[in-house]
Design a protein around this ligand. Structure first.
Ligand code: FE2
Ligand code: FE2
Length: 239
């Protein structure tokens, strides 16, 4: 049986629907949280050059949110907005309180979201796949700047006191984008092709991706136990 012939029935399976709805709710939350956090952070942006970058970034995150809202409505007939607003009330995203922290957040929160979305790009629910691929193209454009600013500021030596705690804080928030590793939900989502790999494997790719910048900032990874979240045992933290 071809994939095309097999999928529509799967799309009506209650467990499949529930998992897909959870995925879309989480993504909608992350997109809007990003727009809100970067929006709040505008007050810390020191120059026109970076204001242009940040306002463009905020707009794109808002448009990603809008794309997920539309997708969700098509699939469920309902609005995801009340769900997202309730989640933001209960679990607000921390707001960066300085230019340095904003750059760190831009680097690690946005990068976490990018790696997470890549796991959905061959999603067995084809309409979502198209939305993800369009968003991913734009996310690719966000990836370098936050990292560049963080490295530059860290190397200036002016942020020695705050760089460790701010890095640990946003590393944790970035890593939370992937969800808990090795859960039943993970296994199911992979089995039905909603996502590609277990969260632990995505965590590893994310860590490997940020290692060069971590080294350039003369930072170390914090002791994983202090991050208070679940990791696979074989995660490679070496720099
Ligand atoms: Fe986004
Ligand atoms: Fe982004």
């Amino acid at each position: 049986m071809t994939e095309e012939a097999a999928t529509p029935e799967l799309w009506n399976d209650p467990k499949y629907r529930k998992t897909l709805i959870q995925m879309m709710e989480s993504q909608a939350y992350r997109e809007l949280a990003a727009a809100l956090m970067f929006g709040y952070g505008l007050q810390f942006v020191p120059s026109l050059k970076w204001l242009k970058f940040m306002t463009w970034h905020i707009r794109e995150e808002m448009e990603h949110y809008e794309a997920v809202v539309k997708q969700y409505e098509e699939f469920t007939g309902e609005s995801v907005e009340p769900v997202v607003n309730a989640r933001l009330d209960k679990k607000p995203i921390p707001f960066a309180q300085s230019w340095y922290e904003l750059a760190m957040a831009q680097f690690l929160y946005d990068r976490g979201g990018f790696w997470q979305l890549q796991e959905y790009q061959d999603c067995s629910f084809h309409p979502y796949r198209n939305t993800i691929q369009k968003i991913l193209k734009e996310e690719a454009g966000h990836q370098d700047l936050g990292e560049r600013i963080v490295v530059e500021l860290s190397q200036s030596g002016e942020f020695e006191d705050e760089k460790k705690p701010i890095f640990a804080k946003w590393l944790r928030i970035g890593l939370l984008s992937f969800g808990r590793p090795k859960t039943e939900g993970n296994r199911y989502a992979m089995e039905v092709g909603l996502k590609r790999r277990d969260s632990g494997e995505v965590m590893q790719d994310f860590l490997n991706d940020i290692k060069p910048a971590v080294r350039s900032c003369s930072l170390q990874f914090p002791d994983p136990a202090t991050l208070e979240m679940e990791f696979p045992d074989d995660l490679d933290w070496s720099l």
